[in-house]
Design a protein around this ligand. Structure first.
Ligand SMILES: *[C@@H]1O[C@H](CO)[C@@H](O)[C@H](O)[C@H]1NC(C)=O
Length: 290
């Protein structure tokens, strides 16, 4: 009996050990993925479908890199000047090879596999760095990470939240977050504008829907919690669109103003492109468009 118990205990600790190692590996791969995304890797791999990825990355060799604003750093640029031409070409070829392998659907799978490790990474980062789980952008909008059930009272009572925009897919919010019915029971209206993690660019239609939702709450003087998993990319794109709508700022200015309140936001080139389209649509009539 004792022998049997020992074996079981050993097995359990081995399993826990492997789980731990697995989490460490996945979390460090997240750090690596984040590095890749900052160097523009994902933009060239995922924002263009299939073959155009190849042409997109080859164009890098001759065209100036696309630059997005984030925290003063250059983002989404492929080969930076003055990169030696040969090196640049090698990079472009390497990129295009990866692009063929990692297609759009793969990025959805990757997002699923990495969901829990990256969520754990966010929780740890909030503890060990100066990152906040959420930040208030203005009297209406709060930009944040996944709203855990335990945060409901704080958001409703202290932050006057009456609306939630969820940019996550269903599987991401299944276990830790309120369902639509649970939000409603707390007096909060939730809308879901699902966008795939890691590479996600919200559609123009979703951006309009989200910002219109915020504007209704703005008229009522209530707050909206805009979130994805980390409150860095998908939801930051939505919050930037809101700033564009009310101030008619350029997308770059909206992103840098947002980075003032939440420095670790990460608006990628493809997301900046969609914000530019949104800007053209809502700010075409000049600066007095509030
Ligand atoms: C705004 O307030 C009115 C009156 O209280 C309410 O009926 C309406 O649902 C509110 N709108 C939103 C978007 O919460």
């Amino acid at each position: 009996m004792i022998y049997y118990l020992n074996i079981t205990t050993l097995n359990v600790s081995l399993i826990l050990f492997y789980l731990f190692i697995g989490c460490v590996c996945l979390t460090s791969s997240h750090v690596f993925l984040e590095y890749l995304s900052q160097t523009g890797f994902f933009y060239y791999c995922f924002s263009r479908s299939d073959r155009s990825a190849l042409f997109g990355s080859i164009r890098l060799v001759s065209a100036p890199p696309v630059v997005a604003v984030h925290d003063g750093r250059r983002m989404g640029s492929g080969c930076r000047e003055p990169a030696p031409r040969a090196e640049c070409q090698t990079e472009a070829v390497l990129w295009s090879m990866s692009c063929f392998r990692l297609t759009r659907s793969m990025s959805g799978v990757l997002a699923r596999v990495l969901f829990y490790p990256t969520l754990a990474y966010n929780v740890v980062m909030e503890r060990v760095s100066s990152r906040w789980w959420f930040n208030r952008v203005d009297q209406t909008v709060i930009l944040g990470a996944l709203p855990f059930r335990s945060m409901t009272q704080e958001l409703v009572n202290m932050e006057n939240v009456k609306g939630v925009i969820t940019m996550n897919e269903e599987y991401e919010t299944k276990f830790f977050c309120n369902s639509e019915a649970e939000w409603r029971a707390a007096g909060v209206e939730q809308i879901r504008l699902s966008t795939v993690d890691l590479t996600g660019v919200p559609s123009l239609e979703h951006i309009h829907q989200g910002v219109d939702f915020v504007m209704k709450h703005r008229e009522n003087g209530t707050s909206v919690y805009i979130h994805c998993k980390a409150g860095r990319s998908r939801s930051a794109t939505m919050a930037a669109a809101y700033l564009i709508r009310i101030h008619c700022w350029s997308p770059e200015k909206a992103c840098s103003m947002l980075a003032e309140v939440r420095p670790h936001i990460l608006v990628r080139s493809a997301q900046l492109d969609i914000l530019k389209k949104y800007h053209q649509q809502v700010c075409a009539s000049g600066p007095n468009c509030v």
